[in-house]
Design a protein around this ligand. Structure first.
Ligand code: BTN
Length: 312
């Protein structure tokens, strides 16, 4: 009972009848909730939950240096120094969103590791669809939309690793890697994920292209979402390790890739250009068809890709 209270449940004693859980279950997020829902073999088996921390990526790296095992999951209700890509910060208020980082110790060469960000993007998209899709399906008989799951609920991936719902960004992923001294092998890798879950107002510069899951689908349980993502990630990671690339995942990733057959502008530091996105390679590059019909491969990390007619 004390642990449930710590995790945010509001519990009221009712005379002669025991206890009453008052808090909206979808909003509760804590160690007990997460542990009771996680049914994975290794992903998240070692779990660190913080009410508040600087950044789950920073914590995961510290834990890695102290010898934490492959699959260690670090999550927090709030981050005081959440970090995004390209040195940006990641707004991380309490009680609203999902922030987590998984520590990986893959036995692969460093140049194969960047694909793991795409593997996580796939797992996040699948986790969101499985969470909000079944929610919709549960209500389908009561006038809900039965096609929601089949159509991926409006959820997709903007290459390489932004998750988009109804055309706006709901999730960002930040992967960081530590190499051995001679740079020949990976010591560890941390993959950090931030998902806008609860309703919130976004800073002006993001307002047009950021959205939260609750705004689209209604309240979403963060612990359920986290467990669906871990389940999907464990399966996808297994397929990745079989080939050390996306060969076995390309079809699933491709089904969710929103850029396909759309015009994109590639913001390459060596010169911007436009083309039509045609899909991805096994190694994760985006294939872009140029106006002369030739295909060029765009590498994640070096460039960013913008839709011509909107965010995607
Ligand atoms: C992006 O800029 O799109 C990536 C954002 C990544 C944010 C997540 S929140 C959990 C983890 N901890 C951090 O400090 N950053 C990542």
């Amino acid at each position: 009972m004390e642990q449930l209270k710590k995790d945010g449940y509001v519990i009221e004693a009712v005379k002669n009848r025991g206890y009453l859980l008052k808090e909206d279950a979808a909003r509760v997020f804590g160690r007990t909730e997460i542990e009771s829902r996680l049914h994975t073999e290794w992903a998240g088996k070692t779990l660190y939950y913080f009410e508040s921390t600087d950044s789950t990526n920073i914590r995961a790296k510290q834990l890695a240096e102290e010898g934490a095992p492959h699959g260690t999951l670090v999550t927090a209700d709030c981050q005081t120094a959440g970090r995004g890509r390209r040195g940006r910060s990641w707004s991380s208020p309490a009680g609203a969103n999902l922030y987590f980082t998984i520590l990986l110790r893959p036995d692969i060469l460093p140049d194969k590791a960047s694909v793991l960000t795409l593997v996580m993007a796939l797992a996040v998209a699948q986790g969101i669809i499985n969470t909000v899709g079944t929610k919709e399906e549960e209500t389908a008989g009561k006038g809900g939309n039965t096609d929601v799951k089949a159509e991926h609920c409006g959820v997709g991936i903007k290459w390489p690793n932004d998750i988009v719902a109804d055309g706006r960004k709901v999730c960002g992923i930040l992967t960081e890697m530590s190499l051995s001294v001679e740079q020949a092998s990976i010591q560890y890798l941390v993959v950090g994920v931030g998902i806008n879950v609860g309703k919130q107002s976004f800073p002006e510069e993001l307002a047009g292209h950021a959205v939260s899951l609750e705004e689209i689908y209604g309240p979403v349980s963060r612990s359920r979402l986290l467990s669906e993502i871990m389940k999907a990630f464990e399966a996808a990671y297994g397929k990745f390790t079989e080939t050390e690339n996306l060969e076995l995942l390309k079809e699933q990733y491709g089904e969710l890739l929103l850029n396909v057959n759309r015009k994109v502008r590639v913001l390459d530091p060596k010169g911007e250009f436009e083309g039509i996105a045609r899909g991805i390679r096994d190694t994760g590059e985006l294939m872009v068809e140029l106006p002369d019909g030739g295909i060029t491969d765009v590498y994640a990390g070096e460039v960013s890709v913008r839709g011509i007619y909107g965010y995607v």
